[in-house]
Design a protein around this ligand. Structure first.
Ligand code: RB5
Length: 176
């Protein structure tokens, strides 16, 4: 798999270790840096990894910063990116199975390395479940003008009035 990597100064050590593991396993790594502890701005690294995935230059992305949060927020600004900031294996698994996450964000300051290694493994090995989840994931990319008008109307009314259900789609099982 072709995997894009990016990190700020608070995440580059884990990012480098991840790059090594991926290369050892035969993956193709696109490493966008950073490469040392000189302070840099995490949004730039989240954006470039996001764009690599969104444009198809990489199939997946992994981003690392101090907390995992800022760089995940940046990656998620790129249309087409589904980046999950994760700190334990079950979330990493669900990010793949239910959300089809194409980018994961790790924290170098808060997560131990063994935990990150485990989550990396899960990210690489776990398929997307599809079905009802595909229908929901698709809605994440409908956040254009039509969706915004609908949401702003819901906001005014104080409730979600026309949440569509999987039953609206042929072949998608309900529930779950
Ligand atoms: C850098 O100090 C830190 O703010 C950054 O790595 C990240 O945690 C931001 O969300």
């Amino acid at each position: 798999m072709k995997i894009a990597l990016g990190a700020d100064h608070a995440g580059f050590e884990y990012k480098d270790r991840i790059a090594q593991i991926l290369r050892d396993r035969g993956h193709d790594v696109l490493d966008f840096g950073t490469h040392d502890a000189t302070p840099v701005d995490y949004p730039q690294y989240g954006y470039v990894v996001g764009e690599a995935v969104a444009t198809g230059q990489a199939e997946r992305g992994i981003v690392v910063c101090g907390s995992s949060l800022g760089i995940a927020m940046a990656a998620n600004k790129v249309p087409g990116v589904r980046c999950a900031a994760v700190s334990e294996p079950y979330s990493a698994e669900l990010a793949r199975r239910h959300n089809d996450a194409n980018v994961l964000a790790f924290s170098e300051r808060l997560s131990g390395w063994e935990m990150v290694e485990r989550m990396l493994e899960i990210f690489l090995e776990t398929p997307f479940d599809g079905g009802r989840h595909a229908y929901r994931v698709a809605q994440l990319f409908e956040f254009g003008n039509e969706q915004r008008s609908r949401t702003l109307r819901d906001l005014e009314r104080g409730e979600v009035t026309d949440a569509r259900t999987p039953g609206d789609l042929v072949g998608v099982p309900p529930g779950g």
